[in-house]
Design a protein. Sequence first.
Lengths: 461, 337
Amino acid sequence: MRRARKTRLFILLAASVVLALVVAACGGKSSSSDTTKAAAPATSIKGATVTMWVMNNGPHPVEDTQRILQPFELQTGVKVDVKLVGWDVQFDRIKNAAVSGTGPDITQAGTTQVPFFAALGGFQDLSQYTSQIGGAGAYANGIWKTTQVEGQSGTWAVPWFTEARAIYYRKDALEKAGVDPATAFTDWDAFNNTLIKLKAVKDIGGKPIKPYGGPGKKAFDLVHSVMPFVWTAGGSELTPDNKQSAINSPQSAEGVEFYANLIREGVFDTSALEKDGQGVENMFKGGQLAVWIGGPWVLGSTGRADDKTWSDAARKNVGIAPLPKGPSGKSFAFVGGSNLMMYKNSKNKDASWAVIKYLSQDASQKAYADLMGMFPARLAPQKQIGDTDQNHKEFLQAIEEGRSYAPIPQWAQVENAYKSSFGDILDTAAGFGGKAYSTQAVQKQLDAAAKEADTLLAQGA
Amino acid sequence: MSISETEPKIQPAQPLTPAPPEPPADHALTATARRHTWRRNRFAWWLIAPALIFMLLVHIVPMLLGVYVGFLKLNTFTLPKLFGAPFIGLANFKGLFDSANPIHDGFVDATRNTAIYTSTVVAGTIGGGMAVALLLNRSFPGQRIVRTLMLTPWIIPTFVVATLWQFMWQKDAGIINKVLVDYTHVLSHKPTWLLGDNTIWAIVIPSIWRGLPLPMLFFLAGLQAMPPELHEAAKMDGAGAWQRFRHITFPLLRPLIGIQLLFGVIYATYQFVMPYIMFGSDPGPKADLLMTLIVRQAFDNNLFGYGAAISTLLMLAMGAWVALWYLAFRRDLEVAA
């Protein structure tokens, strides 16, 4: 009998341990919210807490965002809980939050990511609200397009800030090479000749300098550096109906080959291919490159004394120029940036919209963009920043001539396929690929990339 | 009341592997005997029940669901449906072996690279570990310090090793090229390690560097537990160093080598951190391992069906390896008759 009672005691203990484990494992999972609940009236947003995810926008992303939102919090009584989600993990986190139904109220997202996230189905269609901020008319065409999704009506995001890539050059290096900045980068021939002349400038003030450098396949934004050359050659990433890849067309191949040929001509510092975007950015700031293609935040950081990656010579001699015109006769720049999206399962939709609306006011647009060296997304404050100086004017021109990718949900995967392909082509051009570089080799690589992209595009069928 | 009623028998010639407990000799396999055994073991079962249920929930069930995903068309568009995504049978598996499918080439490259990586790293760590253990198995001044220093690569996390070696491998600024070309003039020009054909060695060499101390430690312990009389007797009979190693040291260390081989191959095949930290999610055609391929296709490209299919094949391959290993090393695990 004693043995039986001891056994019963242990059965009870074991069962309670199992129960505790099961409760711990399943706990914390909130039930999916009731989406049929009617929206609370606007007057009751006071006291609500809105959770907002931001990415690494500058050296102090959370503090900067909170500072911009402080007047809003005082004015409306809404508390905004800003959380940092790094660029390295944001894609998975935003995706998981959308699919699982638990996440923040608002999130920042890259402009090229919006179609994918919207297609997941976890985000709020904002078209009922956007008339309050001026709708499509308050934004440049290319920027408003980043809120739309092909094949899905509605407005899925609100543009927050914009960036465009342009040419950064060292004024002192060009001077030493005897090149006039006004005509240095006007078209492909001028671009090539400038870099060849810069080859003769071996160093500045005793510090060695190479003509041009760009990242390899380790950089998440490699495609943004190469695609403008494809566009300006008359090529495109996809066919006009967005159903098939056009990266292996003769014009696209010409654009890719122009970029790869910079390596063959010896004006491209191939050690940059080992690095990611940040690594090559630091090479330019450190004074190792005379020409580089980058975004406006680097221009913004010339004024920040706490940014120690700048060498003195580089900091004082930064010049900006638009990307060169190719065979098509037009210059194109990659335009990106970030938008704000609202989760469908948010329990504070009105308060969340109030936050988004506040961040879309011209004043807050300008303030936030100033802090980070980005451009506002709205037309009016954009022009204001553009008028600051000649360098900013060049960036504004780049934004106006800007172009982005097709707004399809599979774009991120197609971009991955292209990134692999471009990376391999650049490696081959630099002699690392193990095979010889030739036009046929490039064509073969691009054909393989097109085949992979076509398979990814066919997913939706 | 005890669980086992006999003491484990210890064989004097096998100091390294303990013998499993034998069932009591007076119990025949009768129904009564089985009932007695069950009642005695019931207590044990109740104690391990929580751990068993936990394992089922956290390991077995997700693994089976993962295998199931390999039979689904789970991608960007069907992701919200999750396990309700369309069932397509073996189409994902067939696609991996179909040369017309773009994913095939990447799969072949990753398999080849993983095979090269696993064989070189396991040979390097076990061979190198054995060599260093033999060298350390004698007393010399500073032996303790050298032994501790030899252990340090193991305590550095793989993430840190990958980050450090990534900087060391850089073509112009990296210390390795500086030593090879500028300081010692072993090579005439600086090779590129982080791009092209050398990328596989860029991950193999740090892996061997980091993995060598653990086998070394095991072998050193085994060597020091070996009775010196065996070597002395062999020396008196005129056996040379190599013969002594081949006929005495190696057979006695076989169980340890077996264990290192088993875990070494599994760990190397599942290696992810080294290439991912050094190269990002796309290490290139020479250094892409199966794990980076799975992560890239499943999470960057949202082709979850393919990712799950490759994972299932990898798991089956490792199961086959364990079975093969068991056949080869079975007798090292059992008590000598």
